[in-house]
Design a protein around this ligand. Sequence first.
Ligand code: SF4
Length: 377
Amino acid sequence: HIAPTRADAPREAPETLERRLPRQQTEERPFRPRRVLLTRAARDWPMATRVAERAAAMGAEIVELKGDRITGLKDGDPRAEYRRAKSTLAVTVASDSKMRPEPIPPSADWRFDLATGCPAHCQYCYLAGSLKGPPVTRLFANLPEILDRLPPLEGQGRITSTDAARAAEGTTFEASCYTDPLALEPLSDCLSDTIAWFGQKHGDLSLRFTTKFADTESLEATPHNGRTRIRFSVNAEEIARRFEGGTAPLSARLAAMGRLARAGYKVGLTIAPIMPIDGWQDAYDRLFAQAAAELPAGADLTAELITHRFTPGSREVLLVWYPATGLEMDPEVRTVKRNKFGGRKYVYPAPLMKDMRQTLEAGIARHLPGARMLYWT
Ligand code: SF4
């Protein structure tokens, strides 16, 4: 089901081209931006100074922009533009409209953003087509203002009102819709500060986020008070290694999940994007066995299962970012789903979906019997 397809016939053998794509890291390495752009408004916040100092110590060029517009990213060559944006961190402030939380079922009651954009290079990236312009990471320095918007939403949201097990977590706030916040923690403390804020009980609120990074030392030391669920975005090893450039190795993510569970955090697996690669049944079974081996007894664990899908827009963007990708994005082998606005997305055909769902859910039940399954999509 994943015969490689490309918009254009490759001029070189796919293996040669694929070797040039960013690879998954073989060890844990922090995000080291080449350039940090500080907007004028961001420089009023302590986070901007912290990021500038830490990034400069790593060798980054620090640029103080004259105004609040992020400039200097455009390039006529889309590949050069991609590379420049991905190695740049812009520190800015979230505007009034950006600070407004949005409903985000089934993941959480509300979404809020610590940043938008991500320094990793997943060839199926969920952000492709949803964020406009070059894929730069924008970190919001006005975190106290962002958090101030959350307490008035206590008790509101579709999930708390319909799902009894999840209602016990209070009103839930998802921080990883448009970024991987753990990637930005070593430079900014944005995540440990947010976890500590939720831990201080500003109402019956909980934080959740998902990550493909694994440097969790600062999080383990943060007083979280049981108000945060940290999920690790994982996949069959073959998929993680081939398609998730610039992320932490799968084994490092699973080990981090074990450490956080031992530090008293609620944890979770975001199994995504599920793909029927050759031998997928065994590949996912190995993933669940590996996860089980890392977790302490009695860990509070959830599982979210998300199959691979794409839209015409995300496909177009991804083929510019990763022209040599071997990722299957072939509308011919997919089923079209339309949303209420007429937008199309391409998912796997129903019989295959059913087979994958039954197999993966059975694998989780076998290896991780304590896991609470939140949804399959
Ligand atoms: Fe995109 Fe998530 Fe990968 Fe970052 S970690 S590149 S947001 S899919």
